[in-house]
Each structure stands twice: as C-alpha cells, then as structure tokens.
Write a protein of this length. Structure first.
Length: 152
C-alpha cells in the first residue's frame, strides 16, 4: 500500500512540474535599438543592418522596396515587395537560409507559404510556418521593413 501511495504522489508531482513548465516565447522577443540604428533581439531573429534596402518607384504608382537583412541562427533572410496602387502585389525572398540540405529543404517548403500568407494578409501579420520558426519571424520582420519603405 505504501508503494501505491508513493507512486501516485510522485506521478502527481511530475504532472504538476510538467504543467508548470514555461517555454521561451520567441514571438514575444524583446528588441532594442542600439547606436547606429542596428536592432538586436533577446531571442529569435536580429536585424543586421540599420534599415531597409533600396526603394524604387516604377510605372504609375508601383513601388518596389527591399526589406532589411535579418539574421537567424541558420542564415540571413531578406525580402522585397512590390506595391501597386496601395496593394501588395508581390513578395520575393531575396535571401533565405540554405547553407545545408536541411535548411534548404525547410525553406523550400516555408517560403511559398510565407509569401502566400503575406499576400493574403496584405501586411507582415503572418503566421509562423511549423518547422521554420526562425525563418518565419525573420521573414515577417524584413517584410515589415519593406512595407514601411514602400509606404504601405
């Protein structure tokens, strides 16, 4: 009988410990701006340059803008947007992590989904693609920079 009581007590203690375990929230990472305009982050992606890249106005109200390059543990992410008449019409990934076969495979899957979500949302408010968390967060950050540069 003592063994049963001990086993039940340990099981309850183990479940309580599991339920109380807090994981790190990458989406809610804190970012701070350092001297020179570089952005750093306590977790997740970090911007490696001080702002967005080039902005080009083309035919009748069409603007093409590059977002900032955002570093991840697996490599840089940068996107470019095309805005026409105040509508996001295209998003192109200029840089994605792909230094090894696994990163390449993950981002080959994630990039079209991130692009589709951005075009549907018409903003950088997109979901994280499962298995590509760092890329997704960096993609959204670079996308927001490009949208800001394009005036959207």
């Amino acid at each position: 009988m003592k063994r049963v009581i001990t086993a039940v007590t340990l099981t309850i203690a183990g479940l309580a410990a599991l339920l109380g375990f807090k994981t790190r929230d990458l989406a809610g990472a804190t970012t701070t701006t350092a001297a020179g305009g570089n952005t750093t982050s306590s977790a997740g992606p970090t911007t490696t340059n001080g702002g967005s890249g080039s902005t080009t106005t083309t035919t009748a109200g069409t603007v093409q803008a590059d977002g900032p390059t955002v570093g991840t543990p697996y490599g840089p992410v940068q996107v470019s947007v095309v805005v026409s008449g105040g509508v996001l019409v295209d998003v192109v990934a200029l840089q994605l992590p792909g230094g090894n076969g696994e990163s390449y495979q993950i981002n080959t899957y994630a990039a079209p989904r991130l692009r589709e979500m951005a075009l549907q949302a018409q903003s950088a408010n997109i979901h994280v693609v499962s298995g590509a968390t760092f890329t997704s967060l960096a993609y959204a950050q670079s996308l927001q920079g490009a949208l800001d540069a394009a005036g959207l």
